[in-house]
Design a protein around this ligand. Sequence first.
Ligand SMILES: [Zn+2]
Length: 495
Amino acid sequence: MKIKIKTEGYKQVILYVFLFTCLAFLTGCSKESFVKETHKRDNIISRQFEMLTCEKPYGRIHIESLNEEEALQVSRFVDECMSEAQIESDKGDYELFFLHNPTNENFALFDSNILVIPLDQILLGEITYTKTNLIYWMSNCDYWVAYGMAASGEEQIDDLAEYYRKEDNCKQLNLSGARFFDIFQSNDDCEMVRETAKAIVKYAKGKCYSSSQEITENKNHIINEWLKSLDLEYQYEYSLYDKVKYIANSETGGLNYIIIENIVMDIAGDPYSGTFVKDINDMERYLSNISEDIEGIQDFFINNNVNEIEQFMQKKIACHKVGAEKYRTSFVQPESETIVLLQWNTLPHEYVHILFNPCFAGDSIELKEGMAEYLGTYKYNHKIKEMFYDWLNQEDSYYAPIGDEIGIKSINSENELDIERITHMILQNCEVKEKVCRPLNDKTEEWTYEECSDFVAFVINRYSVKKMIELAGLEESEQRKAIDALLPEWEETFQ
Ligand SMILES: [Zn+2]
């Protein structure tokens, strides 16, 4: 008898433990599971403070508060975001910091699994942008899906139907991240894009697309079904996808950074020269193509076993235009391995400098600029191809004779252009050369960029990439001699 009671007692204890575990699992962090810790100054958050920390399946949350109620509120907020977007992450590799007045959201420069989020917004219940950022960064979905999930309020169906009745507005349906920020188009247009995202995500959820991932993957179909539901006949079809990541400010929703492969581009309200990227449609195309350009450059080095560049492909490379006002063109700051960018189209060129500069022993500017132009302007730069396509097609442009010679009228798109060959033709045609070639600097006896890249193309095509790397690795005077020795052979290619 005694034994029986004891067993039942154990059973009860086990039952309680089981129930308690279930409860703890359902509610995530409980008050008891927060641990008080001190954050020490580091690269990401440069001050010391006390915080409450809690373990989660996806990683850890740190709240700059010793008030357990506040910490619970934050913990529940994150859980809500995760469940709303159906984010399944149990790798435990996220570190989420919730801080009072975070001075920067610079985490992107270090590690994309570290998020720094303003705490006050959550405590005040102003959560649209914080929620957008959390869902966007933790679920790998498109920006519009994350925003659509986070936005609240009634959707303006009638206004949207009216708006998309004009076919010109239908370009907004691409919903690329760039369309959400008033740096690239007017705030009124951004507002329509935001309303569209909200309405389409709500529509998708009503049609049983529940996770942010699913909605992203079925974008075209969902948009077309949604248009039909508004009695609109427009057929949406698009193939350019967002391959870059947008880091928006959690408080204002403004754009801080764009991440392109391992490049962290500082936007901070001040875009780069619009000369070659004139409107939102240009920008959308640019941002879609630039990732491929950067990837192409990386692959070129990997496939040719240039191991020196590996370290620069692993780490984040900062790109900004601070302090560049007095310069006319983009450049690289070698000490900090930073790109100072003035025009959008020069990014691949500067990226090649960052990757390839470590291969140099001698300081030949002809080879350095030649390599950057050869890879970053002529081979892997979609924007430059677009520009050449326009120039070659304009009858009154300096490039018209070359356009005639290659039969530009029968070429259907910029993708068919071989810029390397066109550059060689420009150098062969003295008149065109005179007008369009750009000297490396103001001294006229120096080489032009076009000559540098053509020389590098010659070395690579006649000999090999390996030969080019060997040239770069020679000491100053040896390098000069080696270049001089190749000149007669190169000059022959112009005859
Ligand atoms: Zn350069």
